[in-house]
Design a binder for this molecule. Structure first.
Ligand code: PNS
Length: 163
């Protein structure tokens, strides 16, 4: 039987506990999960794509069916190249909905063979975002509950070196 492959795309600038929760849950649903660092044209990034990829890799060492990749093209094309049957995304508050719905419909139009699946965020990550974490870290706040432990120091070092 064909392997069931899903892609989990995002900016991951950096990966947070919220992302890791979605990745872990999605990995349990598919034979292979490809976490792909992509470009969101409306964002300015703190970390380079390869730094973001390396941080994700550090966080998923105990998830053997998870692969991490970088792509700067269209998500719909990437999903087709990887033979993925699904795009998995986390959904937090209602504020995510409109934007995610628009992307899901656009991706379906561009690639009718791939379904977008939304996993509801865990309650403790409802309002967690990479940009919030960076803002708190930048102002010296404690982000240890928001970042996977294995990347916590890397993120802080990098953010403090920018100040
Ligand atoms: O973590 P983000 O920033 O919400 O992720 C958004 C991302 C990177 C998944 C989205 O911008 C994307 O799919 N970018 C790839 C380019 C693309 O396919 N754009 C059209 C989306 S409808």
């Amino acid at each position: 039987m064909n392997k069931r492959i899903a892609v989990c795309p995002g900016s991951f600038d950096p990966i947070t506990m919220g992302h890791l929760d979605i990745i872990t849950r999605a990995a349990a649903m598919f034979d292979e999960l490809i976490v792909v660092v992509m470009n969101n044209a409306s964002k300015k990034y703190t970390f380079s794509p390869s730094e973001r990829k390396q941080m994700i890799e550090k966080c998923v060492t105990d998830l053997p069916n998870v692969k991490v990749d970088i792509d700067d093209g269209l998500l719909a094309d990437y999903a087709a190249e990887q033979n993925a049957c699904a795009i998995v995304k986390g959904l937090r508050a209602m504020s995510d909905f409109e934007y995610e719905f628009q992307m899901a419909l656009t991706n379906k139009k561009l690639n009718p063979n791939v379904e977008t699946l939304f996993l509801t965020t865990s309650a403790q990550n409802m309002y967690l975002s990479s940009s919030m974490v960076k803002q708190i870290a930048d102002m010296g706040g404690d982000v240890s509950d928001f970042l996977p432990e294995v990347i916590h120091d890397d993120v802080l070092k990098r953010i403090s070196s920018k100040n």
